[in-house]
Every structure is written in structure tokens, then in C-alpha cells.
Design a protein around this ligand. Structure first.
Ligand SMILES: [Zn+2]
Length: 488
């Protein structure tokens, strides 16, 4: 009897091992083979100088919109006109929301759906008191040590200027696209894009324009950021997270602190916030994150490849190890972040209310309604109300397909200008203006070929924002090639 049992277990293990190995062997690389392209001959120094010039304009999006400097945006747009004269002579130009610009390079074949290439004009402010810690002043537009330095170099004037350089060059060479190309440059992306990109999208929707695809910021070539893959990895955003802040208010009897009730407003609110932290929305491997594991898994060493090829067995282990870092966790679930906590005015007075704000970033598949529902269920205290704060709630974007020809074009273009790069879909944990165009196409991608290493993440919105001149030249080549691959 015992022997039979041992034999059955041994046979089961053999079958299990066979299934694991067969699935691992079938877990093929999804990287496209591409023909090499000749390098783009470019006056890199002149292009870098034009970018440096663009960084000197303080086109800042302040949280307080009354500080908006309209004259500076006008001067910046005049600078674009003088820097790219051939483009401005050839393309149509419209303005939405006062300062967002939409260019149209009309194609010869009206049966083809247009493409829309995006960037934004505005930048975040420099945190007061940190100016002196910059290697080069943030708005001086200096080039040194092989870098163009300044606020906006990475986010997002580098992309904006590179797009204009690419089109200026193609127009100058006498190129005429078959497919219409739009360039859309918002002016309030850092504030959500509701005055800019949203109105541009509404303008096109009003004309019944359907787009082939949209390409925006939000991707990069990463080095040393994805454990287990030694090659550079280009991340292409196929979805972005949603956003909602919930306001928790605890109500209690106020009064003198010498005879406190059993439960105070501060105590109840603290417990409610602690419960939310202890009971987060569950982790899930789905959508963009699942697609990413399918693309990077086959590029990994055998043991990791085996685990990723057999998620039916190793799912919990993968979720645990991937979610161990805050950045990994953010790709697996709707995050919970208490950001504001307010109560009390005097040390011997019990406040009658206490208020907290908890910010959630929504995983595609969750919604503002399901998060609100979850929070109310977890807080479960009739003395604590939970409500959506303000009007800034945004649902997660749809997940764009990786099976489309458009995703393949983006992937092929990246591998043409950056040979040997692994391309993978991913989930953008921040927000971009691209989300406003989701109604015009299901193919919304966020990509770029700027290089981001472990040292560079903090430069975005931080100190010493800069772009490598060589990377900038490659970004121009990327847009030239993308337009050639898509529209000619
Ligand atoms: Zn940006």
C-alpha cells in the first residue's frame, strides 16, 4: 500500500515537473527582429542648443492657477515659431484652452486614420530653497558635461522639442506623409490637462476624428531597474492608473479634555486610517502588469523564467516578491496613501471633528466607486464619514492592446534606434495627458527612448533634471523613424 502511494506521488511529481518545463520552454521571447537602419545624420549641437533655449522659458504649472504666466507661454510659442520655420509654414496650427497647441500635417490618403504625437509645454515649479543645489541653474538652459540641464529637460520639453526637430527635418527634406499626423502640446499637463489636452481631444471628437494611435510621454529605456534582465528595457505604457482622494471626518463630542469620552475624534480617526493601511485593496497580476511579465519573463534567467511561465502555481510567490518594493507594489494594486491629518487647536480642548485625506491610485479594473465602497467597509464606523474629496477623481485608463499593429510599430521603432533593447508593455503609475484621448482610439501608448537609470528617477520633478545630448539625438531619430514607419 505504502509503495503504491510513493509511486503515485513520484508519478505526480514527474508530471508536475514536465508541465513546468514544457510551459517554460514554450515561454518564447516576444521581441521583434528588426532590420538595422542607417544612423540619422544630425547637427546634434545645434539641436541641443535649441533645446537649451526652450528650457529658459518658465512655463510653470503652479498648483495655484492664478499664478499662471500667460506672457511666458506666448514667448515660448514665439520661440517655437522662429526655431522651426519650415514646420510652421507647412503645418496647420490651432490653439485650444488659450495655450495648448495642435498642429496638423495633412496626409495624402484620407482613408488612413491620423496618428497623434504628444508632449507638454508646462513644467513643475522648482521647490523653493533648492535652487542652489542644482549643478546648473534650473532655468538657465546650460549645456555642460554632455548634458542639457534644466527644468523640463526630461519632463517634457525634451520630447516636445525632439518631435518638432523630427518634423522640421522631414518637412525640410520635402517629405509628404500619406497619413495625417497631429502634434498636440498641452499647457497644463502637470495640473491634470483639463484645460488643455481635454479640450484638444474634445475639438477632434467634435470633428468625428478617429485616431490610429496616440503616443505620449510616460515611457523610457531603463537600465538596471528591472531585476533579472541585464539588457536595457524600454517600457511602453499601455495603461495608466486612476486617482481619487477620500476625505475621512470623525465626529465626536468636543469639550474640556479633563473628562474625555471613551472615544475621541482623534482616536477614532487614527483607528480608521490604521484600518485602511492594514486592509489595502488586494494585489492582482492583470492587465498591463500581466502583459509586462509576459514580455520580460522570457528574457530572464531560467529559474525566474520558470516561475513566470507558471503563474498558476507561483502566482502568490511572484506577487510577494514583486510587491516587496513600493514601486513593484504600485503596479500590483490600488495604493493607499494617507496624506493629510488635521484636528485640534489647543492642548486642553477636545476637537469635535478630525479630518484626514487618503490618496488612492487606482489599478485598471478598480474604480472610484469600488474604492469608496472598500474604504467605507473597512472603516466601518458610523462616527467616521468617508467621501470623495474635490473633483480630481479620475478612473483608471483602459488597457491598450499589445496585439495591435500600432504597438508593433512602436516596438519595432524602439529596437531600430536602440538595437538590443528589450521592449515591454507596462503600467504608468503616474498620469499623462494621453488619457484624455482614450475616446478617439483604443491604441494609446506612452513611450520614449530617453535612458533612465537608478540615479535618474529622482531628477524628474526633482533637482538636476537633465538630458544626455546623445539620448536627445536618439529621441529625435526615434520620432523621425516612428513617423516614417507609421505615416509614409
Ligand atoms: Zn510630463
Amino acid at each position: 500500500m505504502r509503495r503504491i502511494l510513493v509511486a503515485i506521488i513520484a508519478a505526480a511529481l514527474v508530471v508536475l515537473a514536465a508541465v513546468l518545463i514544457i510551459r517554460t520552454n514554450r515561454f518564447h521571447s516576444r521581441q521583434l527582429a528588426v532590420e538595422p537602419i542607417p544612423p540619422l545624420l544630425l547637427d546634434t549641437a545645434a539641436a541641443a542648443e535649441r533645446l537649451a533655449g526652450a528650457l529658459r522659458f518658465r512655463t510653470i504649472s503652479n498648483q495655484d492657477s492664478t499664478q499662471f504666466d500667460a506672457a511666458e507661454f506666448r514667448r515660448f510659442q514665439d520661440y517655437l515659431r522662429t526655431s522651426f520655420p519650415r514646420l510652421h509654414a507647412r503645418l496647420g496650427r490651432e490653439v485650444t484652452g488659450g495655450f495648448s497647441v495642435l498642429y496638423e500635417w495633412r496626409g495624402s490618403d484620407t482613408t488612413l486614420k491620423p496618428i497623434l504625437l504628444m508632449a507638454h509645454q508646462d513644467v513643475v515649479p522648482v521647490e523653493p530653497g533648492t535652487e542652489g543645489r542644482w549643478t546648473e541653474p534650473p532655468f538657465a538652459g546650460r549645456i555642460s558635461g554632455g548634458f542639457v540641464w534644466g527644468r523640463g529637460a526630461m519632463d517634457d520639453k525634451g520630447n516636445l522639442m525632439a518631435l518638432l526637430e523630427a518634423v522640421e527635418r522631414l518637412v525640410g527634406g520635402g517629405a509628404a506623409p500619406r497619413r495625417t499626423i497631429y502634434l498636440a502640446f498641452g499647457h497644463d499637463e502637470e495640473l491634470g490637462g483639463t484645460r488643455g489636452a481635454a479640450r484638444t481631444a474634445a475639438l477632434l471628437a467634435g470633428r468625428h476624428v478617429q485616431l490610429e494611435y496616440v503616443l505620449d510621454e510616460g515611457g523610457a529605456i531603463t537600465t538596471g531597474l528591472i531585476a533579472g534582465v541585464t539588457a536595457p528595457v524600454a517600457v511602453v505604457g499601455i495603461a495608466e492608473k486612476g486617482y481619487v482622494s477620500l476625505e475621512l471626518t470623525a465626529h465626536a463630542t468636543g469639550g474640556h479634555s479633563s473628562m474625555p469620552p471613551a472615544h475621541t475624534a482623534v482616536g477614532m480617526l487614527s483607528a480608521a486610517v490604521a484600518r485602511l493601511e492594514a486592509n489595502k485593496m488586494p494585489r492582482a497580476i492583470r492587465g498591463a502588469t500581466a502583459a509586462m511579465l509576459d514580455y520580460i519573463g522570457p528574457e530572464m534567467p531560467y529559474s525566474r523564467r520558470l516561475a513566470l511561465a507558471n503563474q498558476w502555481l507561483f502566482g502568490p510567490v511572484i506577487r510577494g516578491s514583486f510587491g516587496a518594493t513600493p514601486s513593484g507594489d504600485a503596479m500590483l494594486r490600488t495604493t493607499t496613501a494617507p496624506t493629510i491629518f488635521q484636528a485640534g487647536v489647543k492642548d486642553n480642548v477636545l476637537p469635535s471633528t478630525a479630518r484626514a485625506v487618503v490618496n488612492f491610485r487606482l489599478l485598471p479594473g478598480d474604480s472610484v466607486a469600488t474604492v469608496l465602497d472598500h474604504a467605507r467597509r473597512v472603516v466601518a464606523d458610523t462616527q467616521v464619514t468617508v467621501a470623495v474629496l474635490g473633483a480630481s477623481a479620475t478612473e483608471p485608463s483602459p488597457v491598450s492592446p499589445t496585439s495591435s499593429e500600432d504597438f508593433a510599430v512602436v516596438q519595432r521603432t524602439i529596437r531600430q534606434v536602440a538595437p538590443g533593447t528589450v521592449v515591454t508593455p507596462w503600467l504608468v503609475v503616474g498620469g499623462t495627458d494621453a488619457k484624455h484621448f482614450a475616446g478617439l482610439t483604443s491604441n494609446v501608448y506612452r513611450a520614449g527612448v530617453g535612458v533612465i537609470g537608478p540615479d535618474d528617477l529622482k531628477r524628474v520633478h526633482g533637482i538636476d533634471e537633465r538630458v544626455d545630448v546623445k539620448d536627445y539625438a536618439r529621441t529625435i531619430a526615434f520620432y523621425v523613424q516612428l513617423i516614417r514607419n507609421s505615416a509614409f
